[in-house]
Design a protein around this ligand. Structure first.
Ligand code: MGD
Ligand code: SF4
Length: 730
């Protein structure tokens, strides 16, 4: 308990993308307690139940403390020397025989920024493949593509500070009450203290978030774009637009045959006619008067409005387009780049932004949000890395699903997975588990067995969270430093140590001469200078409770709060007022985006849709939170083989003759699993829709056995939120 602690150390929560500041209490070298950091403005001393039990996780029975090598199908303990040499030998062999593109790295929005920076550099700059991707592809890729298309640069313009200034909160595809509990608490506090504040929630399922909304719209799965364009129709038709803002700071465009063609205001008005609320009632399942009401609430001229979205929007094959259309609503009303008004994508993981988007650890990116396809960008990074011009390959590597398809097809022969558990979390997971089993798989993990580590050839034991120093970047562009509070157990080592050892043993040691994290971060910081993503220096981050970029000059004075707008953004001159400087003419783009169906639609054989998500008390694949008895008790974790639960609408249950607790088989074109009917769960899906969380770690009942692996063409993000299936009593 906290009373036992004799020292407290500043750190950051290692679970969700909120990025709460925590204090970890230690006694005699052990972490004994966790509390919210009252000096951190993200959470202001609050923390959620997952973080409360974070210290317990470090002492789980499933911690691995020695490297393991699979020999004749069984794991045996090995020395670091043996494990590292095996990796180097196998990777070199694969590279020599099959070329560097037969290798791949799959990283994580939970790795720290320094770790991601090093693996990205090692693979793209030295091993010679751009096959570096990460689990933010499953979570944020559509938001990245959406921001890039609309504004020419990634990441939101607003911050959490806007929550305390907004009058209207417009949620779509976010169950923040469970997935972002501390941000949700801030929003509820804002409303409770200010009765004029309204919360609108749009979702295909009744959730803990819809339950306390002032206005909820339950719309059909996959109908987001029709709904949002319909709101735009009302806003335009009732002249709730800000024409001055539109004329000064936006352009219009429509994508035709893959090319963006310029359009104008009149064409936009004409495009929206098909989305008149009365015309989209059948598509959206929402009554026209509700769309009128919500559009008016959103656009009311004297009010500040913030939109918040997460996986419900991003995990869709129309995810990027849906992001564009949310931005459209803010651009046509001018409710953007001012305190309290912004379009703000929530992030799933603690450092999806910092470690993967900013550090450029996706298959098409380089550090500082540079693009691999851009020759100048490659040259800039080659200079910083000290390698010859032309070393970095000019074509992007394989994004997530193509990377794992490569393991199935046999083109990817060696893969290193770090701080993520794709053997559980990938869609259509059994197909890709077979691929992982085939290739030479290295897994850096704190825990074993996981659904991925069990498929590995080599497991490297990792120090986790406060056992090492590191940096995270959260959803509001805040870079935060985590101090090392305790020593890691046994022979576990920080991931960065293992990466540097492999770099050295492969002969690249001269380019990875870092004496400490200071050297790595200083080099990364050089990659950000002048890009608009400029991070603060480590000496400042060590002292402060995080600093939001862009910070310019010596990085000691300013902090970017509202981006693209004077006086807040150091890149915008006072006389420019607003400048979307990611675009050559400084103007954001209002895109015409059509409503199109999801990848698969219900039919006679598979008459139900399935959507998936998270519970408040568990984290993803449960390798950490699943070791905490108290958290398991809250969600009544089921026994192996019996499956967890599938929520359904009572009307559907009645028509199928199903009762609460009945054992059922859920089948999709990809496979089947056993589960139990839940009619009194956290939420209620609309008729025709089933809901499962994806936490259950039992290999026979992994939710993702049945989930679709179709991807968004622009972002390559999988459509976890809409799969077809059938449900039968057994
Ligand atoms: P995690 O459980 O977060 O799941 O899926 P994953 O990233 O696969 O895996 C993190 C792993 O890192 C754990 O196994 C943990 O033990 C290990 N670990 C912890 N700390 C460290 C460390 O310091 N070093 C190392 N090397 N390892 C460490 C998440 C993914 O799931 C995401 S991000 C999303 S958004 C998707 N969401 C989703 C969904 O909504 N529905 C369905 N059906 N599936 C989904 N899958 C995706
Ligand atoms: Fe951690 Fe997220 Fe909970 Fe904050 S809200 S304590 S970041 S899990």
């Amino acid at each position: 308990t906290g009373a036992d602690a004799d020292a407290w150390h500043k750190t950051v929560c290692r679970y969700c993308g909120t990025g709460c500041g925590l204090l970890v209490g230690t006694k005699q070298g052990k972490a004994v307690a966790v509390k919210g950091d009252p000096d951190n403005t993200v959470n202001k001393g609050m923390l959620c139940v997952k973080a409360y039990f974070l210290a317990n996780v470090l002492y789980a029975k499933t911690r691995i403390t020695k490297p393991l090598i699979k020999k004749n199908g069984k794991f045996e303990e090995a020395s670091w020397e043996e494990a590292l040499n095996l990796i180097v030998t196998k990777f070199t062999e694969i590279k020599t025989t099959h070329g560097s593109d037969a290798l791949a790295f799959y990283g994580s929005g939970q790795a720290s920024m320094d770790e991601s920076y090093v693996y990205n550099k090692l693979f793209k700059g030295f091993i010679g493949t751009n096959n570096v991707d990460g689990n933010p592809r499953t979570c944020m890729a559509s938001a990245v593509a959406g921001f890039n298309q609309t504004f020419g640069k990634d990441e939101p313009m607003g911050t959490y500070d806007d929550f305390e200034k907004a009058d209207v909160f417009f949620f779509i595809g976010s169950n923040a009450a469970e997935a972002h509990p501390i941000l949700w608490a801030r929003i509820i506090e804002r409303r409770n203290k200010n009765p004029h504040v309204k919360i609108i929630v749009c979702d295909p399922r009744e959730t803990r978030t819809t339950q306390v909304a002032d206005k909820k719209l339950i719309f059909k799965p996959g109908a987001d774009i029709a709904l949002l364009n319909s709101m735009a129709y009302v806003i335009v038709n009732e002249n709730l637009v800000d024409r001055n803002f539109i004329d000064s700071y936006t352009n219009f465009a429509q994508t035709v045959d893959g090319k963006d063609e310029k359009r104008d205001w009149n064409q936009y008005v004409e495009f929206l006619q098909q989305f008149k609320p009365e015309l989209v009632e059948a598509t959206t399942g929402v009554k026209a008067e509700q769309i009128y009401e919500v559009a008016r609430m959103f656009a009311e001229k004297s009010k500040e409005t913030i939109s918040l979205w997460c996986m419900g929007v991003n995990q869709r094959i129309r995810g990027t387009h849906t992001n564009n259309v949310i931005h459209n609503l803010h651009l046509i009303t001018g409710k953007i780049c001012r305190p309290g008004s912004t379009s703000f994508s929530l992030t799933g993981q603690p450092s999806a932004c910092g470690s993967v988007r900013e550090v450029g650890a996706l298959a098409h990116l380089l550090p500082g949000h540079r693009m691999i396809a851009n020759a100048q960008h490659r040259k800039e990074i080659e200079t910083i890395w000290g390698i010859a011009e032309g070393t970095i390959k000019p074509t992007p590597g394989r994004p997530l699903m193509r990377m794992f398809q490569g393991t199935v097809d046999g083109d990817i022969k060696g893969m290193w997975v770090m701080a993520t558990n794709p053997g559980h979390s990938l869609p259509n997971v059994n197909k890709y588990r077979a691929g992982m089993e085939k290739c030479f798989l290295v897994v850096s993990e704190g825990f074993h067995p996981t659904r991925t580590s069990e498929l590995a050839d080599v497991i490297l034991p990792a120090a986790v969270w406060c056992e090492k120093e590191g940096l995270y970047g959260n959803a509001e562009r805040r870079t935060q430093h985590m101090a090392k509070a305790i020593d890691a157990p046994g022979e576990t080592k920080p991931d960065v140590w293992a990466l540097l050892e492999v770099a050295k043993r492969m002969g690249y040691g001269d380019y990875f001469k870092y004496n400490s994290i200071d050297d790595i971060f200083a080099e990364y910081r050089r990659c950000t200078v002048g890009t608009g993503y400029d991070v603060a220096p480590l000496e400042r981050l060590r002292k402060e409770r995080g600093v939001r970029w862009p910070v310019v000059g010596d990085g000691m004075g300013t902090e970017g709060s509202i981006r693209y707008a004077a006086p807040w953004d150091p890149y915008v001159k006072a006389e420019e007022k607003i400048k979307f400087y990611g675009k050559p003419d400084g103007k954001a783009v209002i895109f015409f985006r059509p409503h199109l169906p999801p990848a698969e639609t219900v039919n006679a054989e598979y008459p139900m849709y399935l959507t998936t998500g998270r519970l408040l008390e568990q984290w993803h694949t449960m390798t950490m939170t699943g070791t905490v008895e108290q958290l398991n008790k809250i969600v009544e974790v089921q026994t192996a083989g019996e499956g967890w639960f599938v929520e359904m609408n009572p009307k559907d249950a009645e028509s199928l003759g199903l009762k609460d607790g009945d054992k059922v088989r859920v089948t999709s074109p990809r496979g089947q699993l056993i589960s139990k009917v839940s009619l009194h769960g956290r939420g209620t899906p609309q008729p025709g829709l089933l809901y499962m969380n994806f936490h259950d770690p039992n290999v026979e009942t992994l939710t993702n056995i049945v989930v679709s692996d179709a991807v968004d063409a622009a972002s390559a993000q999988p459509e976890y939120k809409v799969s077809i299936c059938k449900i039968q009593k057994i």
